[in-house]
Write a protein that binds this ligand. Structure first.
Ligand code: HEC
Length: 296
């Protein structure tokens, strides 16, 4: 009795195994990229909000501790205005020093206004839009998002409204006649006035590259694809070996036992019959069957 050489089960197994691996691979990449984006966004947001908190504290410190010391000097002096009394000035200055630290070199901090005292604080189009969102929605405490500009590095931004909530601000921002003369000499009497208590007068905006302090998503994905790809390849090689020795080889031996006349002479076929597993039982059955066929 001759049996034609069948198609190997190993090929079928490997095809399914590799197919399954591929699907798992694609799913894993999608999941990890999604997770990575979430983690980077949280991390970047965390960094921005920390800087924002520090800047708020500097503003507060200037209002409470420095302004009362310097305001009288500015008020009586006809000479150069001492901007150290101004919360906005101290916050932006402290930030300049913070940026000297390499870890913060990519960060930006702005106190943007539509009617700024200092021309450098004039809001650009993006900033103006953020400020008008705060003006239109008094309950909005924070806005964040992505700023895309012409460069290929997208910026994450976190913004908070600056509301004129203290009487002390009015001495410099209500009408020019209330402001220190030295301020008028330094900044003029046209801008940064006419503000009222409760107004949104500007926005604090912290921005930083979206991938600040992290490997860029494209590099991360490349590394990931390489790592998972190599692992899958290793799994296929190891899986093939296991399958070959555990299933494919004993199956081929059983096939020989069923078809080959000279099975008594083959050691491996004798061993097969001594196995305790399913292959052993199957080969013992085939052996018995052949003995019976022979007797007839
Ligand atoms: C001593 C006068 C003075 C006081 C008090 C003061 N400011 Fe100002 N403010 C200024 C000057 C001058 C500038 C411009 C500083 C600079 O050169 O960066 C400024 C800048 C700002 C800016 C940035 C936009 C712009 O106008 O250039 C905001 C916002 C602001 N002040 C809000 C406030 C608020 C809110 C308070 C109260 C907590 C306050 N200021 C108190 C004088 C003052």
């Amino acid at each position: 009795m001759k049996i034609n050489q069948p198609k190997s089960v190993l090929t079928g197994f490997l095809l399914r195994f590799v197919g399954l691996q591929f699907v798992a691979f694609v799913l894993a990449i999608i999941l990890i990229v999604f997770g990575y984006t979430l983690v980077t966004r949280t991390y970047v947001r965390f960094q921005a909000s920390q800087v924002m908190d520090v800047m708020l504290a500097v503003r507060e410190y200037t209002s409470r501790k420095i302004n009362p010391l310097i305001a009288p000097i500015n008020a009586s002096s006809e000479e150069a205005f001492m901007p150290e009394a101004v919360p906005s000035y101290s916050a932006t200055k402290v930030f300049e020093y913070l940026r000297l630290n390499n870890a913060y070199a990519d960060f930006q901090y702005r106190e943007a206004s539509l009617n700024p005292t200092s021309p450098s604080d004039r809001a650009n189009a993006n900033e103006a839009e953020i400020i008008s969102r705060f003006e239109n929605n008094p309950r909005l405490r924070e806005v964040n998002g992505i700023l895309t500009d012409n460069s290929d590095h997208s910026q994450y931004f976190l913004a908070k409204p600056i509301r004129l909530s203290k009487e002390s601000c009015l001495s410099c921002h209500s009408t020019p006649d209330r402001a220190p003369k030295s301020q008028l000499i330094a900044y003029g009497d046209k801008n940064g006035f006419g503000w009222k208590l409760g107004d949104v007068v500007g926005a604090q905006i912290v921005s930083l590259p979206i991938d600040s302090g992290l490997p860029s998503p494209s590099r991360f994905v490349l590394l990931l694809v390489l790592a998972v790809g190599l692992m899958s390849l290793a799994l296929v090689v190891v899986g093939k070996r296991f399958f070959e020795s555990l299933i494919a080889r004993p199956l081929r031996q059983i096939l020989r036992l069923a078809s080959n006349e000279s099975y008594e002479s083959e050691d491996s076929l004798k061993h097969l019959r001594q196995r305790a597993d399913e292959f052993g039982s199957l080969s013992r059955w085939i052996f018995k069957l052949r003995e019976e066929l022979k007797r007839r």
